[in-house]
Design a protein around this ligand. Structure first.
Ligand SMILES: [Zn+2]
Length: 248
């Protein structure tokens, strides 16, 4: 028998039997954790309301080792809300679709249960906080999150200096396999040639320069989103399903 406690973001809540749910969380110390929450589908369960997707929570888990508890998963025994981001995300279509793609991406990058993914966790908490505050366009918050998630997982893209030889930018030829822009000498067949403004935007999203990103013209937002989606899909074997619903 063991008890453990952790902060986490609720990624998913699936039905289990009549009244229970399987909750998937991305936690600070234990990475992805799946746990059973009992009785949460009863209408008056405060417990259940705290375990909705997008919620940032503090959870106490109970596991009985080798003994089977709810298909062998740990139980959520206590939940405290740290920040109920879902409230302002699920009521806005743009935020909801962007947020759903963020949760799905975070889960894909933290595939191995129990393996810590601290940077991914911190990015998700920060991204949801920004999304819920509504200070920036939802799709920009999502793209910034996706670019930074790729970076913390070893796929950081270069949008100025040549990704192959390091030649100082700006460089224009964008290659998915190379992981960013290439100079005329390193250029390979099949490069995209995005607008210089789009490359500046993507660099700003990666570095957190919101002033530049917010001021960018919408057509560059769209071109940038397309490149981010292509880059993400290149690195994940299959695409992020929920991304196609995000309005740009
Ligand atoms: Zn080069």
């Amino acid at each position: 028998m063991s008890l453990f406690r952790d902060d986490g973001v609720v990624l998913r809540a699936q039905k289990l039997g009549e009244a229970d749910r399987i909750i998937t969380l991305l936690t600070r110390q234990h990475g992805k954790v799946r746990a059973v929450a009992r009785g949460v589908r009863k209408t008056k369960s405060k417990f259940g309301a705290r375990l909705e997707p997008f919620s940032h929570v503090d959870v106490q888990f109970f596991s009985r080792g080798s003994e089977l508890v709810g298909r062998g998963l740990p139980l959520c025994t206590q939940v405290e809300t740290i920040a109920p981001y879902g409230g302002s995300i699920v009521t806005d279509y743009g935020r909801y679709t962007a947020g759903t793609a963020m949760l799905e991406t975070a889960e894909r990058f933290a595939e191995n249960e129990g393996e810590p993914a601290v940077q991914q966790y911190l990015l998700l908490v920060g991204g949801l906080r920004t999304l819920a505050a509504g200070l920036h366009e939802s799709h920009l918050v999502m793209d910034a999150f996706l670019l930074r998630s790729l970076a913390v997982n070893g796929y950081g893209a270069s949008f100025t200096d040549c990704a192959k030889c390091g030649l100082e930018g700006p460089n224009r030829f964008f290659s998915l396999p190379a992981g960013g822009v290439l100079c005329p000498d390193c250029r390979v067949p099949g490069c995209a040639v995005p607008s210089p403004e789009t490359l500046v935007l993507l660099g700003a999203l990666l570095s957190g320069d919101w002033q530049t990103a917010d001021a960018c013209e919408p057509r560059y937002w769209r071109e940038g989103s397309g490149l981010v989606a292509a880059y993400l899909q290149w690195h994940l074997e299959r695409g992020i399903r929920s991304m196609r619903y995000v309005e740009k």
